[in-house]
Write a protein that binds this ligand. Sequence first.
Ligand code: M6R
Length: 615
Amino acid sequence: MCGIIGVTGVAEPLAVLLAGLRALEYRGYDSAGVALVETGGSELWRLRAAERGRSIDKLASEVVAAPLDVGAAIGHTRWATHGAPTEENAHPHLDCSGRVAVVHNGIIENHRELAAQLAAAGHRFSSATDTEVVAHLVEEERGAGAPLAEALRRCLPRLRGDFALALVDAGSPETIVAARRTAPLVVGRSDTGAVVASDIAAALATTRNLFLLDEDQVAELTPGAIRLIDAAGAECSPRPLAVSWDVAAAQKDGHPDFMAKEMAEQPLALRETLLGRLEASGATELEELGLDGPVLKAFRRVVLVACGSSYHACLSGRNALESLAGVAAEVDIASEFRYRDAVLGPDTLVVAVSQSGETLDTLHAQREAKRRGATTLALSNVVDSVMAREADAVLYTRAGPEIGVASTKCHLAQRAMLGVLALHVARARGALSDDATRRHAADLLGLPDAVSDVLARAEDHAAVAARHAAVRDVYFLGRRDGFSVAAEGALKLKELAYVRAEAYPAAEMKHGPISLIEPGALVVAVATRSGLWEKVMANIAEMRARGATVVAVATDGDAETAAVADDVLLVPETGPLAAPIVEIVPLQRFAYEIARARGNDVDRPRNLAKVVTVE
Ligand code: M6R
């Protein structure tokens, strides 16, 4: 999970490259590097830095030494997989001659085997990465006389794994070649230039005229032109990509960090996601889904698969599908689902939920579901993501680009979209009365205002967080949808503040974990009136009796809950579909403030990357 950018034929290629790398840094920030080909001298120039989080600044301060007349240029921002995050392992990687440079996102699974063969043929390796084999393989093909694109094409069948690659060669000063398998990569051209990038946001500074690459196609980029060849070497046409985002959408807009900006954008993300899909009458419009009423009615089971925050969204999605639509629903962690020999068939709809649409665990779960005969539906925020393209049906959240590693606005949008899907399926199955349908629709449509209301209480919620900033262990408790909120609150605190935080269905505590509770333990309980409030109150009492300090997420005006809690994070009362979405917002703030109080980088928490494209 790294970021790739490459440009040719553009004015100020280094500036474009560095800006592209900053846009891609969310994909990994262990190191960064660039390689440029000098137009006249046919020399390859490379610069790399491995100063976690500051590598791009370092590159920017040192590029003054770069050649002035640059043709093709590639850059990379790394999340280390094979090989420590050192400068030697930073991309681009070179062949033995130093004339071929490669950047790579993904994993070459058979790199050891290839490296052994290449070493036996006399190649010398200078990094511990899986990537370097590609430079040497291309070197071999170049040595055999193949032009650059053809050389890469011949190498692809020898590579096992998931990857996106971009290469330059000092012998072709204005050419970049690129290919992908599973990992994302877009290419684009302007009148005079061309670009390749891991995501749309990084490519937009060069052009909006973007195209998709199919698996194992090779793109050859030259100034103003893109040539594509397929796996057999035949020329083919690139598929245009519709782009709705602009560059500004990927900037911070005056917020201290992307997470703050993205939390503030949550009402808009919800509004956009609901727009045109749900009416006050309860009528749903999901024509884009491409699965009509009879098809939806015929499913006997829905299985939701996802990772991380997206998995937490699915916990509530499952509840909504069961209680509104009366369809059997279950949820699984994508990486577990993939290997558990799930019994699936044509009567099952598998919904793969992923902000990025490229999380490898979820992508493979979706592929496995398809292989086992289920109908697959991808719920993604990224248009034309790998999962979206491969699924039988697609729904998009419309949250806009999410840069902060911690999912916020996309997570809320996923939950809202799953709520609409549950209503839609319920209508198709005739499972809800008109009255109930209207009530649920009003609940969902009220979300943008309800979330704005919670965001306006940021100071109150931050003050509660400040009182607990030194916390070491936290137990997040909730029941039913409240548990999905607790799970998300715990994940946020862990990933941002590096605090040990565990989430439990509240009643489960007494089956073991309660022995951990002693004076000083902090319990965050989701105790709003929307859920199993009385039951949760009893569970809170059990914690208090053992000396725990309690922070409760509670409903406005609820004096009873306030009386048993040491602190409350108040939220407005909503209906059951909106409740978990509204309740998460103060827990995002709780984690954000504690992380900032500890001096952590909330946009780039340690050891994490925004998009997890390894297993
Ligand atoms: O792109 P996806 O929704 O598939 O990502 C899944 C998880 O990696 C992601 O939600 C992760 O847990 C976030 N860092 C949570 O904030």
